[in-house]
Write a protein that binds this ligand. Structure first.
Ligand SMILES: *Cc1c(COP(=O)(O)O)cnc(C)c1O
Length: 390
């Protein structure tokens, strides 16, 4: 046999292992230090009550002969697809049920969708960004080019007419920067994709953090998007499902071939999300579920505000935080990402994530997250203010 040598072209990522190693070394040398972690990329609040009730009920059904379920439809039960359809309706997007595909999360679908595209396509990925987009394409041997996000464009790169791409990734609100596109900006991306006959792969994993109704929560709020975009979303960050696993992907029927191919791909290679988990996901979209998850998101957003208010006070340039759990800041005193990491850890015992780990344009920047507790966030920002308030 011959192996897929494209795997040899993957860049090794030492980001999280290096962070863990440095934090370990520090805490071994300073066992009494209270280290506060603002680098967490995972939710911390538990599943809400509506979800837990629905799961318990579904577990009981599975233990009863008359309500037991075996294999379900690969693309998800209609009860959940209908709930997702109703959710999109609340931001004025009309979807047909057979445009909605339930999955075990956005990461797998973002990787799996690439089954539908030829190897020869050129892929455009923002830099910095969630590393999955680049790595999944490198594994398949595709050429990846980058859209530069930087301080000048507020970390929201716009289409470059001279660059030709076939597959375009957009993540808004963005991980790691927290920056959000408005409707006019997304319209330019949609027009660009339509002109090139390209497809946009739109990652909406953080849409729930958007609280300004004029900002788009779905690319399908943009005219023309149903002719060029596929949207990925997940309950991971919106409802604390990172360990429970459920997401959904929207493949519009206007993309007739892709919609049929995705159905074929899923029915061939995927056997669906557990019934119990789909019932849990359905509960997220009920009135009670929505109220409860909004409380959790509100908690994270309050932390984000504490962080961005502190940075503002200290005169440190940053984006994100308002419609995102992530705050992206320019390292003070022109430090590199890792220099600032070391300084925060050694001087203030705060752990964050070096921006350089998300792409070359991340160098000199730093990500803080609002997934910690309020108490810790407040304390970390007090330390920050003492060190940086001029
Ligand atoms: C966390 C995250 C996801 C969600 O992945 P799941 O597989 O659904 O847990 C997707 N995209 C981005 C950018 C993320 O940060």
């Amino acid at each position: 046999m011959n192996i897929n040598t494209n795997y040899e072209n993957l860049e090794q990522s030492y980001l999280f292992s290096t962070i863990a190693k440095k934090v370990n070394e520090f805490s071994n040398a300073h066992p009494d230090a209270k280290i506060i972690r603002l680098g967490i990329g995972d939710v911390t609040l538990p599943l809400c009550n509506a979800v837990i009730k629905a799961m318990h009920k579904a577990v009981d059904e599975m233990g009863n002969q008359s309500t037991f379920r075996g294999y379900g439809p690969e693309q998800g039960y209609d009860f959940l697809r209908t709930a997702v359809q109703g959710y999109y309706k609340t931001h004025n997007v009309d979807l047909d049920l057979d445009e909605i595909f339930i999955s075990d999360g956005a990461k797998s679908d973002l990787g799996n969708i690439l089954d539908l595209f030829a190897k020869e396509n050129t892929v455009l990925v923002p830099d910095p960004v969630y590393p999955v987009y680049v790595d999944t394409n490198v594994m398949a041997g595709r050429t990846v080019i980058f859209a530069n996000a930087n301080k000048e464009n507020g970390f929201l790169p716009m289409p470059d007419e001279s660059a030709k791409a076939d597959i375009i990734y957009i993540c808004s609100p963005n991980n790691p920067t927290g920056a959000v596109y408005n409707k006019e900006q997304l319209k330019k991306w949609v027009d660009y994709a339509l002109a090139l006959n390209a497809v946009i792969l739109y990652d909406a994993a953080y849409e729930c953090f958007i609280s300004d109704s004029s900002l788009p929560r779905s690319i399908f709020e943009i005219e023309g998007a149903k002719n060029c975009a596929i949207e990925f979303c997940s309950l991971s960050k919106t409802a604390g499902f990172t360990g429970t696993r459920c997401g959904y992907t929207i493949v519009p029927k206007n993309l007739e071939k892709l919609n049929k191919m995705w159905l074929r791909r899923q029915t061939t290679k995927f056997n669906g999300v557990p019934y119990i988990v789909q019932r849990a996901a359905e509960a997220v979209f009920t009135e009670e579920g929505q109220k409860e998850i909004k409380e959790n998101i509100g908690y994270y957003k309050e932390n984000a505000k504490i962080i961005s208010d502190t940075l503002e006070k200290c005169g440190i340039w940053h984006v994100g935080g308002k419609h995102s759990p992530y705050i992206w800041l320019k390292c003070p005193d022109n430090m590199s990402s890792w220099e600032f990491f070391d300084k925060l850890l050694n001087d203030l015992q705060i752990v964050g994530t070096p921006g350089a780990g998300f792409g070359k344009n991340g160098e000199g920047f730093f990500r803080l997250t609002s997934f910690g507790s309020k108490e810790n966030t407040v304390e970390a920002m007090k330390r920050f203010e003492n060190a940086y308030l001029k």
